[in-house]
Design a binder for this molecule. Structure first.
Ligand SMILES: Nc1nc2c(ncn2[C@@H]2O[C@H](COP(=O)(O)OP(=O)(O)O)[C@@H](O)[C@H]2O)c(=O)[nH]1
Ligand SMILES: [Mg+2]
Length: 201
């Protein structure tokens, strides 16, 4: 009887954890975005964007949606760190790829990086949210339509997965809840293919 109650207790308290890799070129706004997502979902203030330093290594931020935990992993975007991204592919359930819309001159580099990412077998079928970031800025020079056109050119490598392009701002939070909820739903839909990690809360 005790073991039944204990089992029920731990079942009720268990959480399903889904891991989202937050990737993109250096300074695209990955850290700012995950701080803001944390703020949007918890109401707790995130780090002041002005005090965010370039990421060396790994930042992790968790949010809870019902009994699900979304674990955002921000891996740093410098070229030499892209090799490190690979070691996290097998454990991830979704990818948020951040594009800096204030720097259209590096869009080609961002798209090449994205294309290489999509070629990884471990990421087959993983849902992808592409976040065009910094739409709050007057220096945002990359219209959403152009970003979408560039993504659509890669239809052959992305067509076996859910993929959506979102306009967002890591400063104001615009678009972040919409993008996160979309990602959450897509990951839950795939839970039989890529099960979440069961954790005891
Ligand atoms: N205007 C604007 N600037 C942003 C936004 N998100 C990030 N930044 C700025 O872009 C720079 C890089 O941000 P950071 O989060 O460190 O990028 P990361 O290297 O991808 O983690 C910093 O100066 C941020 O303040 C945004 O939504 N709007
Ligand atoms: Mg960073």
């Amino acid at each position: 009887m005790i073991s039944l109650v204990t089992g029920l207790y731990s079942y009720i308290n268990q959480q399903h954890e889904y891991c989202i890799l937050t990737l993109g070129l250096a300074a695209s706004g990955k850290t700012t975005i995950i701080e803001k997502i944390k703020n949007v979902y918890t109401g707790k203030p995130g780090m002041d964007p002005a005090s965010i330093q370039p990421t060396i290594g790994l930042n992790i931020r968790n949010i809870n949606i019902g009994k699900h935990r979304l674990k955002f992993m921000d891996l740093g975007g410098d070229d030499e760190l892209h090799e490190i991204w690979k070691s996290y592919y097998t454990s991830c359930h979704g990818i948020m790829f951040i594009v800096d819309t204030c720097k259209p001159e590096i869009l080609t580099k961002a798209m090449t990086t994205f294309e290489n990412l999509m070629k990884s077998e471990e990421l087959d079928g993983i849902p992808v949210a592409i976040l065009g970031n910094k739409y709050d800025s007057e220096n945002s020079l990359l219209p959403l339509e152009i970003l979408k056109e560039n993504v659509n050119k890669m239809a052959d490598i992305v067509d076996n997965r859910s993929l959506h392009v979102f306009p967002v701002s890591g400063y104001t939070g615009d678009g972040l809840k919409y993008a996160t909820n979309w990602m959450h739903q897509r990951m839950v839909e795939r839970k039989d293919v890529k099960p979440p990690t069961i954790i005891k809360s």
